[in-house]
Design a protein around this ligand. Structure first.
Ligand code: PGA
Length: 272
């Protein structure tokens, strides 16, 4: 049984003060949540403050990006080792990183491995652009992104000089989350349909089964993201293939985000 996840990607929004206010608004309700893993991903500068507010609660914290080197002369970057003291998850390969900041498949792969090597759980984002979808290339693009990102993750490089092997595929499945986020659906108000998302997510699971391991792929949580709201979340989580959502804009609204979490728990709970 895969435990559903609802993750909020705040992107480059909220000052520290605003982040604290938003968590305050959510905290009482968040603390009563059972039946789903909830992850808040505020900007780097708010991780400490939000982390302190979440202490003692079951709500998890995530970062939105990470560099792939542990320490060194990389002005302005944040290392996986630094994040490992602050949070449990990290979003990797978000399309905004791929398209605005040049994160290639190779870079995304390095980031996934660096995150895993530092005990961070990557939320790996994949998804096709509009022109790729219109050219019928969705599966080709997804196949490339997933196989590239997961390449060699069983041989995780812990530092520049030492290498160790994750002991079991099950461990990989427990520490990795994939989010299917079609680029044309992100921030546009034009979400994919539940059927479209479920079909692509099933495809992602098949690709993962060939890249990592069949059993590991079965336990891997795969989310949908892209214009998820309280009004459409039910359409996605009603599909057994979809294990939750990565929510952008709607995660900045306390009442709406709570509703997305509640609906996910109710629907997933009733289809067990
Ligand atoms: P959105 O963003 O929900 O605002 O479309 C989702 C995401 O980018 O993770």
């Amino acid at each position: 049984m895969r435990i559903p996840i609802v993750a909020g990607n705040w992107k480059m929004n909220t000052t520290v003060t605003e982040a604290e206010r938003l968590v305050m608004e959510m905290l009482e309700k968040l603390n009563r949540i059972e039946g789903a893993e909830v992850v808040l991903c505020p900007p780097f500068v708010s991780l400490v403050a939000v982390g302190m507010m979440l202490e003692g609660s079951s709500i998890k914290l995530g970062a939105q990006n990470v560099y792939f080197v542990t320490a060194g002369a990389y002005t302005g970057e944040i290392s996986p080792l630094m994040l490992s003291e602050l949070c449990e998850f990290v979003i990797v390969g978000h399309s905004e990183r791929r398209w605005h900041f040049g994160d290639t498949d190779e870079v995304v792969n390095k980031k996934v491995k660096a995150a895993l090597a530092n005990n961070l759980k990557p939320i790996l984002c994949v998804g096709e652009r509009l022109e790729e979808k219109e050219a019928g290339k969705t599966e080709e693009v997804i196949h490339r992104q997933v196989t590239a990102a997961l390449d060699g993750i069983e041989h995780v490089v812990a530092s520049d000089s030492s290498e160790y092997r994750l002991s079991r595929d099950a461990e990989i499945a427990a520490s990795l989350v994939i989010a299917y986020e079609p680029v044309w659906a992100i921030g546009t108000g034009k979400a994919a349909s539940g059927e479209q998302a479920a079909a692509t997510i099933e495809f992602i699971r098949d690709v993962a089964a060939k890249t990592i391991d069949k059993n590991a792929a079965q336990s891997l949580r795969i989310l949908y993201g892209g214009s998820v709201t309280a009004a459409n979340i039910a359409e996605f989580v009603a599909h057994p293939q979809i294990d939750g959502a990565l929510v952008g804009g709607a995660s900045l609204k306390a009442v709406e985000f709570m509703s997305i979490i509640q609906q996910t728990i109710e629907i997933k709970g009733s289809t067990k």
